[in-house]
Design a binder for this molecule. Structure first.
Ligand code: ADP
Ligand code: MG
Length: 760
């Protein structure tokens, strides 16, 4: 019998194997790939497809009855056009076949009254929807006994998502061959769990999901296969947690009268209750002999940085160093500045005015000059630097620390597992403690699924005295005068001594007209990818906007920073001090502009999503987001978190030309709540989890195919699977008693992740 890891060729033949290899995101190559290519939906033979629901451009398989046929000769060429009109009883669809001769055999096959499956791409011709040259399979058998006919009529047909080269029923045929050939006896899910939750065994589940006898059958099969997904992931995570707790870390207990104590005394505000609790939990972790692995997530503006800084100070007090890893150059600079400001004399070791116990704060980025870089490397390696703030440049091999005790990773979703691992490897005294901070809060189900190897701490409240941001949608198509009012509001803010961000999806100019920059496919962040490696995150991260363009190929290009800035400075905002900021500017230039803005020398900053994460200018009170519909929900939430950080009321205007519909609904949702957890749940519903997991895990495709993190029933499975996984791994960490599970997990983890596990 064939194994799941065997190639498809010997089972389905060369031709089908080749077509299957081009299907889906990464192609179907093995028997396992094919058997986990689950049907997208099911049709009952005899239930006709709702023709009205078909969208132009889609590859569809339609079950319909032939209503009428006709045949006419072609005008300018030999041959004929054979047309069949099919119906579901309400809508109609024309099937068109061009052929040599009279196509008599088609006449016979496609006789009026018969029902068939028709597969092709929906197009439209003279206002009528049609399938041009569809593949088809007629459904009525020649079996005339009534019982057979009835059985035939209620048979459930799996519909697979198909391509122009391979149709749904051809995929179904291949799947059947694979089901027959494959050895499915080894069940990855332990028998005890199957019994406890009354789940199908593996072979039955795979048969039932592809060839169900009833609807209940495929539902049960799907439940069981969801369990596989949830359970295997949770077992891997439980193993990771277990392995990491066995590692030794240098304990970094608090030191009375140390830098942290002095810092706390100098703090200009009181910590929120949440910050205090998080601080205590982290302090206890750091004092322990095993590495901390903690995720600190909180609402935008909830003050995660102070919490992280206090942890760093505790480690410095205990003779260690801390590294703060930021996803972009702008953000690293920003952290460097705000931390040196917060620390004041405590970061001025050996300088005039430095405090007694002061430490040194060092910045390390990819765009630094050779001399600055050498100095930074030396400070890190000698131990002179208590805190090293940096970008991806910190991960490079030549960066060494004297005694790295704590790694803080800001805005985690931009970093993959390997990057965390690379930093960990830099510690000489056991493993460093790790604190991860997310940019926007994510629902707990997602947190335990995606970051399940981390303990989770949440900051739910904002510091006192913040007025919530008021957000309004500005629909320029319907209410053009609102735009003029928008610029007036900007002027009013500036007149009151405040500052304003104007955010656009694109940079503009030379990127214009390039394929993919017209708002289709390429999201704002992608274009933002600057020349330096440090800007990688602007491209490689969680790109909410990426998906957006896909459905709407014919939109105009998104508004660009350079165009908007030019228009405004010559028009509505003439006379204001206005500058542009984007990822294509050289690093020093970006830094200079950010500094000038932070310093109040600029009124208006027209910018891309480089301001998205972490940028903190308390005097900036308003943000105008142009073409706001091109951004994702969480991204908008993160963006507006840049304003209203001081005591003044924040204002965010979402300018959009999108008509009423789903995009506008998303904007309304953002305007209606400032609860980031709620919004991220919404965001998740609209995105495929694969994007979330793929970006957050190892940049790879998700192993979750059936499981939906936002579905209530699935959340329940995740919770149960997590507990079962913890119990199993607790009793049998190496899975010695579960060879089938161990094998399935090993097969699923790709090379990088397997490597990670071995190292971890
Ligand atoms: P985020 O959690 O989004 O990273 P920050 O750490 O950037 O938030 O904090 C936002 C702002 O709030 C900063 O200016 C910070 O100094 C300030 N802040 C943090 N904690 C408090 C507090 N307890 N009281 C008042 N302001 C605070
Ligand atoms: Mg932050």
């Amino acid at each position: 019998m064939a194994k799941l890891t065997d190639g498809l060729r010997s089972v389905v033949g060369d031709k089908a194997a080749k077509r299957l290899a081009a299907l889906g995101q990464d192609g179907l190559h093995t028997i396992g790939d094919l058997l986990t290519y689950y049907p997208r939906r099911y049709e009952t033979r005899g239930d006709l497809t709702d023709i009205a629901s078909l969208c132009e451009g889609e590859y569809v398989t339609v079950q319909a009855r032939i209503e009428s046929v006709g045949n006419r000769p072609m005008r300018n060429r030999q041959g004929s056009i054979f047309e069949a009109v099919v119906t579901d009883g309400r809508g109609r669809l024309t099937l068109t076949f061009f052929g040599r001769g009279r196509q008599d055999w088609r006449q016979r096959a496609l006789a009026p009254g018969r029902t068939g499956l028709f597969s092709g791409q929906v197009s439209s011709f003279r206002g009528k929807r049609q399938l041009s040259h569809p593949e088809f399979e007629m459904l009525e058998g020649d079996d005339s006994t009534e019982a057979r006919a009835e059985q035939f009529a209620s048979e459930i047909i799996p519909i697979y998502s198909a391509s122009k080269d391979i149709f749904s029923w051809q995929i179904a045929e291949s799947v059947k061959l694979a089901l027959n050939a494959a050895d499915l006896d080894a069940d990855p899910l332990p028998a005890s769990i199957r019994a406890r939750y009354q789940l199908y065994d593996y072979s039955r589940a795979l048969h039932a999901i592809h060839c169900p006898a009833t609807d209940a059958d495929w539902r049960r099969a799907a439940d069981r296969l969801k369990w596989d997904e949830a359970f295997m992931l949770q077992v891997v995570l439980a193993q990771r947690r277990r392995v990491s707790t066995e590692f030794i870390a240098q304990p970094r207990p608090p030191v009375a009268g140390g830098l942290l104590d002095e810092f706390d005394q100098r703090l200009p505000f009181d910590l929120t209750a949440g910050q205090q609790v998080a601080g205590q939990v982290i302090a206890a972790d750091l004092a322990g002999g095993h590495p901390m692995h903690r995720l600190l997530q909180g609402e935008v503006g909830s003050g995660k940085t102070v919490v992280a800084l206090r942890a760093m100070l505790q480690v410095i007090d205990a003779a260690g160093q801390a590294a703060l890893l930021a996803p972009t150059e702008v953000l690293a600079q920003q952290h460097y500045r705000s931390i040196s400001q917060m620390l004041g004399p405590f970061a001025m070791a050996g300088q005039l005015g430095g405090a007694d116990q002061a430490t040194t704060l060092t910045l390390l980025t990819g765009s630094q000059g050779a001399a600055a870089r050498r100095k930074a490397l030396l400070e890190a390696a000698s131990g002179a630097a208590g805190i090293v703030v940096g970008t991806h440049a910190l991960l490079e091999e030549n960066v060494q620390f004297a005694d790295l005790g704590l790694v803080v990773i800001d805005e985690q979703h931009r970093f993959g597992v390997e990057q965390r691992e690379a930093l960990r490897a830099k510690s000489v005294s056991g493993r460093p403690h790790v604190l991860v901070m997310t940019a926007t809060p994510i629902p707990r189900t997602v947190a335990i699924t995606v970051f399940g190897d981390l303990e989770v701490t949440e900051l739910t409240e904002l510091p006192a005295g913040r007025s919530p941001i008021a957000t309004h949608v500005v629909p320029v198509e319907e209410k053009p005068h609102y735009l003029a009012r928008t610029w007036e509001r900007v002027r009013e803010e500036v007149a009151a001594g405040r500052q304003v961000y104007i955010v656009c999806p694109r940079i503009g100019l030379d990127s214009e007209g390039e394929p993919g920059t017209s708002g289709r496919g390429a999201g704002p962040s992608r274009e933002e990818a600057g020349p330096s490696r440090d800007e990688l995150a602007d491209d490689g991260g969680f790109d909410f906007a990426d998906l957006d363009g896909v459905d709407q190929p014919e939109r105009r290009p998104a508004l660009a920073v350079l165009d908007v800035a030019a228009d405004l400075s010559a028009g509505a905002l003439a006379g204001l001090r206005l500058a542009v900021l984007h990822g294509r500017l050289p690093a020093e230039e970006k830094d200079k502009i950010m500094l000038a803005f932070a310093d109040g020398q600029l009124d208006v900053l027209v910018t891309t999503t480089v301001v998205e994460v972490g940028v903190d200018v308390p005097n900036a009170t308003a943000m105008v987001i142009m073409d706001a519909d091109r951004f994702g929900v969480s991204q908008l939430h993160q963006l507006r978190g840049r304003v209203g950080r001081g005591g003044h009321q924040g204002l965010c205007l979402l300018v959009t030309a999108a008509p009423a519909g789903p995009s506008r609904d998303r904007l309304d949702a953002v305007a209606s709540t400032t609860d980031g957890f709620e919004l991220s749940e919404l965001d998740l519903e609209q995105r495929r989890e694969g994007d979330v997991l793929g970006a957050a895990q190892a940049g790879r495709r998700s192993s979750l195919k059936l499981l939906r993190l936002t579905k209530k029933a699935d959340k329940e499975i995740i919770g149960l699977a997590r507990q079962e996984a913890i119990d199993l791994v607790g009793a049998d960490p190496a899975l010695a008693g579960q060879p089938a599970l161990a094998a399935a997990i090993a097969a699923q983890l790709d090379a990088e992740r397997t490597e990670y596990l071995q190292k971890a």
